[in-house]
Each structure stands twice: as structure tokens, then as C-alpha cells.
Write a protein that binds this ligand. Structure first.
Ligand code: MN
Length: 251
């Protein structure tokens, strides 16, 4: 069977699915996700669908747990299995941003304070987090749904409001909740989700010392180009570390 260069082969798709399982384990192992949070990719065969695990802890996901969803959050092949409440985050961002191919939603512990302290915007303070550009916007759920929600993105309307706040940025913070990170590839979204946590920790440390000199917008974009061209290097390390941790925990 011949395929065009732009069409993913069956082998490409299998590798991508395996990467999505590894991404779940890496993000857990690196402390970005705990029992909550999730990572998805746009479906390689259909831009109107995405792949996301069923409702479970990311550290335990296997290939058989990955489900297909429509952009409105309807599961295609769940077969009665429970799905994530906040799947609308993924679908509405894929709908609003054709360039986005992968999404991570986390409650990344060092990032959450920046979602709640609006006078201290999260900005790139080192070259590894150039993807933060001029800073990450904050989604305020009160503006979309009032003062009595549980802060979760429970439907398409809230997902669309979140995608609005994200705009053209790569990261959007969610007040009192967490962050959502986007990228043009799965490996980049994992890299960004890990380094947004690192940046938040470094920025909080730096702010204790004194006024911080952040990257300019141009520095941020140059640094992003350099670091994200090398994303395969940390990916291999994180994958091996996550696989070793899983082997150790089951032996
Ligand atoms: Mn959440």
C-alpha cells in the first residue's frame, strides 16, 4: 500500500499512540499531573476528533484506555466507560486553534499560585520557557459562569470561553484551578507542560530576591525556536525514567 508523504502510515499512528501513553506516564512521573489532569492529541486521521484516555489516573493509562472523541466532547468508542469531566477543554481548543495538535490540562502545583495572584503574571524568566512569550493570560471562570461554579470546564460553552482566553498564546492559566498548555506536537506539549512548572518555580524564587528581568518577546521567540528544536533529547530521558519507575513499581 502506498501513501502520500503527508498521510500518516499505520506505523506512524501506532507510534503516536504509544507516545500518547508514554506522555501520560511522563507527565505523572515529572510531577505535572497527579491523579488528575490529562493529555490529548488531535486525531491523526480526522482533525475533527481527538484522542484522550478514559477517566483514570494518567500514571496508569495503557493503549487500551485511549478513546476517540468528537470536538464537542462526545465519546465515539467509550463503550460505557467513564470519560473525563473536563474533556471540553481539549475539543474546544482544537476547534478554535487549527494549529494546535496536542493539549495538556494540569493542576501543576507551582503554576496554580500564578493563576490566583493576578498582580504577579507568569512570564518567561529563563530561556527554556520562551514558549510563554509575553506571558500567560488567566481565564476567569466567574466572567463566563458567575461566582458559584466548581471551577471545572464542564461543557462546550466553558471550553469555548477558555479557548477565547487562550487566544494565540501557548498557555492559559485557570484561576484557582491550574493551566492548559498547547503545542503543534505531542512532544512539544509535554516539554512545555514540564517547563511551565519549572518556570513558575524559578519565577517565584526570583521574585523573592528582587525585581525580575524577564525575557523580551524577541528573546522568548528566539529561545523557543532553539530549545524546541531539541525536544527529542529530554523526551528520551523522561520516557526512560518513566518506564523505569513503572517497572520498579510493578516488580
Ligand atoms: Mn482540572
Amino acid at each position: 500500500m502506498t501513501t502520500h508523504d503527508s498521510t500518516p502510515t499505520e506505523q506512524d499512528k501506532e507510534a503516536l499512540l504509544e507516545d500518547l501513553v508514554d506522555a501520560n506516564h511522563i507527565l505523572f512521573n515529572e510531577g505535572v499531573l497527579d491523579a488528575f489532569g490529562h493529555v490529548s492529541i488531535r486525531h491523526p486521521d480526522d482533525p475533527e476528533r481527538f484522542l484522550l484516555a478514559r477517566n483514570m489516573a494518567p500514571g496508569l493509562v495503557t493503549g487500551g484506555d485511549i478513546l476517540t472523541f468528537e470536538l464537542d466532547g462526545t465519546p465515539v468508542d467509550a463503550d460505557g466507560r467513564k470519560v473525563y469531566l473536563e474533556r471540553f477543554i481539549h475539543g474546544e481548543i482544537y476547534r478554535a486553534r487549527p494549529d494546535v495538535m496536542a493539549v495538556v490540562h494540569s493542576h501543576s502545583p507551582s503554576v496554580v499560585p500564578f493563576s490566583a495572584v493576578k498582580s504577579a503574571p507568569l512570564r518567561p524568566m529563563c530561556h527554556m520557557s520562551g514558549f510563554l512569550g509575553e506571558g500567560a493570560p488567566i481565564f476567569e471562570i466567574r466572567e463566563a459562569a458567575g461566582h458559584a461554579t466548581d471551577l471545572l470546564i464542564r461543557d462546550c460553552g466553558l471550553g469555548a470561553s477558555l479557548a477565547d482566553s487562550l487566544g494565540d498564546h501557548n498557555v492559559v492559566l485557570m484561576r484557582g484551578h491550574g493551566a492548559t498548555v498547547t503545542a503543534p506536537t505531542l512532544k512539544q506539549v509535554v516539554y512545555r507542560a514540564i517547563y511551565v512548572e519549572v518556570n513558575a518555580r524559578l519565577q517565584a524564587d526570583a521574585l523573592r530576591l528582587g525585581p525580575v528581568d524577564y525575557l523580551t518577546a524577541d528573546e522568548a521567540s528566539s529561545a523557543m525556536e532553539t530549545t524546541e528544536g531539541q525536544v527529542e533529547r529530554p523526551w528520551q530521558l523522561w520516557k526512560q525514567r518513566a518506564r523505569q519507575a513503572r517497572t520498579a513499581s510493578t516488580s
